[in-house]
Write a protein that binds this ligand. Structure first.
Ligand code: ADP
Ligand code: 5GP
Length: 213
């Protein structure tokens, strides 16, 4: 749904963060299904592949030494240590995709989100909130993927994570899934209209104003 083909825009960076169990994966996969313009950013990580994960598909799996070398060469737009492993986003593919007008949806932790915010001020940064503590715990249990110990740890972490929500541009409460999804889409479409994605557009219009009939 582009407003004009005459002035193609650069891609939009959209970052969504949330305490685990809020419904981030559910909402992100719905958004990807509905909006075809999202490219994939494949992160680098030092953690080992799990299950069916393949190098170059879910992640680029690299050694700690290689990660540290890449980091010291400034090849990451952001990086963070999460649960004892390093994760990072390489800058070059991001710039390539944005230049081609591809949008990029990021599922990264808050530390990484805040670094991206500095590097890409035209991005949109969304924080998803659970409707309540009780409901967050119900969802974590209902998902059936985590042990009791992990659920307790995730609930402990959630409070600290909520305290970082004020760093974000938008807060969406994922109470009714349909409402949250509409709000997420609205944020995406609003982000696509940012002047920074078409920096020359108005100047160009002004220059050609008298010639246009
Ligand atoms: P996250 O990626 O944030 O950890 P998930 O997307 O895995 O969370 O969602 C956690 C659980 O909550 C899943 O079982 C999911 O189906 C459920 N869920 C997500 N959104 C809602 C919602 N709005 N209402 C009720 N359940 C939800
Ligand atoms: P997992 O190991 O379960 O795939 O991911 C663990 C955490 O790392 C998740 O919270 C995920 O959002 C975060 N993560 C994945 N890739 C990146 C990345 O490139 N940068 C940052 N900062 N976090 C990431």
């Amino acid at each position: 749904m582009e407003d004009t083909e005459k002035y193609p825009r650069q891609g939009l960076i959209m970052v969504v963060c949330a305490p685990s169990g809020t419904g981030k994966s559910t909402l992100i996969s719905r958004l990807r299904e509905e909006i075809s313009n999202f490219g994939f950013s494949i992160s680098y990580t030092t953690r080992a592949p799990r299950g069916q994960e393949r190098d170059g598909r879910e992640y680029h799996f690299v050694s700690r030494d290689k990660f540290i070398a890449m980091r010291s060469r400034g090849e990451f737009a952001e990086w963070a240590e999460v649960h004892g492993n390093f994760y990072g986003t390489a800058i070059k593919p991001i710039h390539d995709m944005l230049g081609e007008g591809k949008d990029i949806l990021f599922d990264i932790d808050v530390q990484g989100a805040l670094q991206l915010r500095k590097a890409f001020p035209n991005g949109v940064f969304v924080y998803l909130l659970p409707p309540s503590k009780v409901e967050l715990e119900r969802r974590l249990r209902g998902r059936g993927t985590d042990s009791e110990e992990t659920i307790v740890k995730r609930m402990d972490n959630a409070l600290g994570e909520l305290k970082q929500a004020h760093e974000f541009d938008y807060w969406i409460v994922n109470d009714d899934l349909g409402v949250a999804f509409e709000q997420l889409k609205a944020v995406y479409y609003a982000g696509c209209t940012k002047p920074g994605l078409r920096p020359e557009m108005v100047a160009d219009m002004i220059n050609t104003w008298r010639d246009d009939v």
